[in-house]
Design a protein around this ligand. Structure first.
Ligand SMILES: [Zn+2]
Length: 927
């Protein structure tokens, strides 16, 4: 459990129990055991507070409040145990039509079923007058009837003691409302599920399962026809994703009446009623006007007009790839508008690209092939952001985006190539078709498009949906690297599927052989292949291959036949390995000359922005006059400082007088006059014998020389070797090693925050102070619950309060810098005096007079941020990350803003986080 998620009405958080487990642990365990034995949760555990948080400034309607319910920690613990047990149970009882909250079942499947239906509806050869109804089950969580739930759970074989336990919790719960910070009386709820209770999603799908079963039963009894998209297609009557219900039906009167009465019946019993205003339907081509009106009048739904969306995805039209792509492009632009590239280093921009921008397309690209032209625009947006250029207008990219997308070993920055990434995401669908016959969408597509010949030989035709065409076009990716792992041999067709090495597509095969599976070719009694069968189907060379292969079907082994993707250890397709493979297949660019140098630099213990600077240096991406001249001949190639030679890298960094003076003063002892004219060779010469400390000094010296040049060019400052030396020395004091574990700690605690579900930005901050007046301030910025940025700084302060003020001030300045004015921002501090002083604009009662001036300044800055910024007081535990960072800054004298390099290698987590977040969104009931 997240230690700092909301505390119970008693004010105790999960952290309390976790930290004092040695004292309270035994008691808690005993009590919870007792609960599961007796089926009775103590009354005080069931108390729950609902806090109404106004959505707007002066609300006067109940709907303008957002209710947040706060349950007792121990109660949530009990429910979590129940939920864990129930989840295991549910896997066996929830039908295939439901896809939400179930492991291994995926939202994308529902979208495809809906799309394929619409596609069929438009075809001439689809003769059934049918309709597809998107049902809005309004306010689903709040309306559900408990009696119904109890019956549903019992029906689904949930153990009786658990049912009783849950029901008694629901029935005896007392909810008190908190408005404007005051608790007000008790409400005894009579129906509905608790938001945020770990049980609620599972209980909800159990309720929906009742409808699902009711419909399936009616269909089996012949009273519901449903639709069949092709002759051998499975009948579909409905699919569900949480409270998203889609019903498929025949447009005849009897069917419509049946559906209507089913929905009414279910609605009355469960409390989950259909909301006609928000329900829409599509009719097939074979429906006449009368049929359409029948659906409209009897089910009170309206015709879905034009384009519509289902679960956030575009579902209609052949150009859905383009539409989705444009939507993605817009999302990306919107993100970029909120950031100011100029305020971030190249390393910082890289982090934003890798962790935020690249994760945007994951959901959409896993069901859609976005056109190359759009991907190109997305790449261009990212490149512009990386080089700090505006989104429009001409500019010159020092290094091609393609190179940046190469892995480090090839001299790149290891950004994923969006073209390949998108392809590998989509490949998951292809893999599903190859490996997973059971998925509903796979069954539908196979029966629609290749009922007789098998997937490997299926051809595209004009009746195919765009998605299927994309799948067919991509199956070649798997053709040579999948094979069947033979189990009992009953799932593998002898023809048309690769099951031995040397397998290839065959020409005409007699009909009677097409249906044969491997088990038919094997004589289990004699333990050998049936030769005449083999010879009838395969050519002699293939027969020898089969006889030589070690694997034969085993009748009693009971193992299922499985498709193996031999590029992966696990044998299953996954995006990461798929990306590797596709990248290698498509690699055209040769490794750059500097790549081994770049690999070596990766291991240096220097901060990321300097590392990326070195990459730019050795890749020829620095805008030195000589480099600019090669592209724009009007620009003089001469050195801006000495004017004697061309400004190429070696000259500028090593040979030019001022730079030589810097190296002369440095204790590295480099003989710069001996270095190569080629920068890559020169750097190699320099670092030959260096130790870690020297590598650091070397890199920071180059960095400072570069910064000084820009200062000279832009701000007309004098190039001062002594100044540079001093700066390099101050870099030298840094020892990033020591910080590593603290930063790791900050990162690992990311999931613990209780504001996880809020929108906008959240900032936690803290100040730290000691008796010698050393102080440190720190802030951590989250965006929609994801860690975005940290900063910590060393100062001197007069007293602890003063340190806190500095912390707010630093954070505000940074937020301003990165352009977050008028964004929804919540700032959390544990300094109550300060929060009150700022919020009430009152500097008369400060605990320390010394900070008066600065508090006034902070108030001024905050006012400029507008109404959407809120400063809130929280307990110290809630700002733990900022707290330890502030201590770090105070005790070590260090400062840092950005994203630490230790956090970079977690791209594999992104996908996961995205799906978690999606999950979260689904879990929240509609407002
Ligand atoms: Zn020069």
């Amino acid at each position: 459990m997240g230690p700092d998620k909301s505390p119970g009405p008693d004010g105790i958080t999960a952290r309390f129990y976790q930290q004092h487990w040695d004292i309270v642990g035994e008691g808690v365990v005993t009590q919870i055991r007792k609960i599961f034995v007796e089926g009775h949760v103590p009354d005080e555990w069931l108390q729950c507070t609902v806090t109404l948080i106004p959505k707007i400034k002066e609300p006067d309607m109940p709907s303008q409040y957002r209710p947040i319910s706060i349950g007792n920690v121990l109660y949530r613990l009990v429910m979590k145990i129940v939920a864990t047990r129930l989840r295991r149970h549910l896997k066996g009882v929830i039908s295939h039509e439901q896809n939400a909250f179930m492991k291994g079942r995926n939202i994308v499947e529902n979208i495809i079923v809906v799309r394929e239906t619409l596609q069929s509806f438009k075809q001439k050869n689809f003769k059934q007058p049918a309709f597809m109804l998107k049902v809005d089950v309004s306010k689903a969580f709040d309306k559900i009837e408990w009696d119904f739930l109890a019956k549903a759970m019992i029906y689904l074989n949930v153990p009786l003691n658990m049912v009783n336990l849950m029901l008694s919790c629901y029935r005896r719960a007392q909810v008190s409302l908190t408005i404007n910070g005051k608790r007000d009386g008790f409400i005894i709820p009579t129906r509905g599920l608790r938001q945020g209770c770990p049980m609620s999603p599972y209980v909800f799908i159990m309720a929906m399962e009742m409808l699902s079963r009711l419909m399936s039963k009616t269909q089996r009894e012949g009273n519901l026809k449903g639709i069949k998209l092709a002759h051998s297609s499975p009948v579909i009557t409905h699919i569900m994703y949480a409270d998203d219900l889609v019903i498929f039906g025949d447009a005849h009167r009897r069917e419509i009446d049946t559906i209507n009465s089913l929905l009414n019946h279910f609605g009355k019993a469960s409390g989950l009623k259909m909301n006609p205003e928000k329900s829409t339907f599509w009719a097939s081509r074979a429906c006449d006007q009368a049929a359409v009106h029948r659906v409209m009048n009897n089910l009170q739904a309206s015709v879905a007009e034009g384009e519509d969306k289902y679960l956030g995805a575009v579902i209609e039209g052949g150009r859905s790839g383009m539409k989705t792509g444009k939507m993605l492009l817009e999302k990306m632009r919107a993100k970029l508008n909120g950031w100011r590239a100029q305020m971030l280093s190249h390393a910082g921009r890289m982090v934003m690209i890798k962790s935020v921008l690249m994760s945007l397309p994951v959901y959409y690209m896993s069901m859609e092939c976005v056109p190359k032209s759009i991907v190109k625009q997305m790449n261009s947006l990212m490149a512009r952001f990386f080089w700090g250029k505006p989104a429009e207008g001409r500019y010159m990219a020092p290094i091609a985006w393609k190179t940046i997308c190469q892995p480090v070993e090839e001299g790149g920055l290891d950004v994923r190539d969006l073209n390949i990434f998108g392809e590998t995401l989509f490949m998951k669908l292809v893999w599903d078709v190859i490996s997973n016959e059971e998925k509903l969408w796979v069954q539908i597509c196979k029966s629609k498009y290749c009922p007789h010949i098998g997937f490997w030989k299926a051809k595209e035709n004009s009746n195919c949906s765009k998605m299927w065409r994309n799948i067919i076009q991509r199956r070649v990716f798997f053709e040579t690297n999948v094979h069947w792992c033979i189990g009992n041999g009953v799932d593998i067709k002898a023809v048309g599927q690769p099951w031995f090495s040397g397998w290839e597509q065959q020409g005409q095969v007699p009909l009677r052989n097409r249906k044969k599976v491997i088990a038919d070719l094997y004589d289990f009694n004699a333990s050998c292949w049936k030769m005449e069968e083999l010879n009838a189907i395969f050519n002699p060379a293939q027969v020898i291959q089969i006889l030589n292969s070690q694997t034969v079907p085993k009748r009693d082994g009971g193992l299922k036949d499985t498709m193996i993707w031999n590029q992966s250890k696990k044998g299953k397709y996954n995006v990461k390995e798929g990306y590797q493979l596709m990248y290698n297949q498509r690699r055209v660019q040769t490794t750059s000359a500097a790549s081994d140098l770049w690999v070596a630099i990766q291991r240096w213990k220097i901060i990321p922005k300097v590392k990326i600077f070195l990459w730019r240096l050795i890749s020829g991406a620095l805008m030195l006059s000589n480099n600019v001249h090669r592209r724009i001949s009007a620009v003089s190639p001469m050195c801006q400082r000495c004017g004697e030679e061309n400004e190429f890298e070696s000259h500028f960094f090593f040979f030019c007088h001022d730079s030589r003076a810097v190296w002369f003063a440095s204790n590295l002892g480099l003989r710069t006059q001996d270095l190569s004219m080629n920068i890559v060779a020169a750097v190699r010469q320099c670092i030959g014998q260096m130790n870690g400390e020297e590598e650091k000094i070397f890199s920071y010296t180059l960095w400072e020389i570069w910064k000084a040049r820009n200062d000279a060019v832009i701000n007309q400052k004098r190039f001062d070797p002594i100044q540079i030396q001093r700066k390099v020395d101050s870099w030298g004091r840094f020892d990033l090693e020591g910080e590593e574990h603290i930063l790791q700690l900050v990162k690992e605690r990311v999931q613990d925050r209780y504001w996880y579900q809020h929108d906008g930005y959240q900032v936690i901050l803290d100040g730290s102070w000691d008796m010698k007046n050393n102080s440190g301030s720190a802030f951590v910025i989250y965006k929609e619950g994801e860690l975005l940025w940290i900063g910590y700084k060393n100062h001197t302060a007069m007293d602890p309060f003063h340190a806190e003020v500095k912390a707010v001030r630093e954070a505000m300045e940074h937020l301003w810098k990165i352009g977050l004015q008028n964004q929804q921002i919540e700032i959390f501090s544990d300094c109550k005096n300060l929060v009150e002083a700022i919020n009430e604009n009152d500097i008369e009662n400060l605990p320390s007079w010394r900070a008066r001036q600065e508090v006034m300044e902070v108030i001024e800055v905050i006012t400029q941020f507008g109404d959407k910024l809120q400063l809130k007081h929280v307990r110290r535990e809630a700002i733990y990350q900022a707290h330890i960072l502030a201590n770090l800054a105070r005790s070590t004298g260090r400062s840092f803003t950005g994203v630490p390099r230790y956090w970079h290698n977690d791209e594999s987590q992104i996908e996961l986080r995205i799906s978690n977040r999606f999950f979260q969104k689904v879990q929240e009931a509609p407002p």
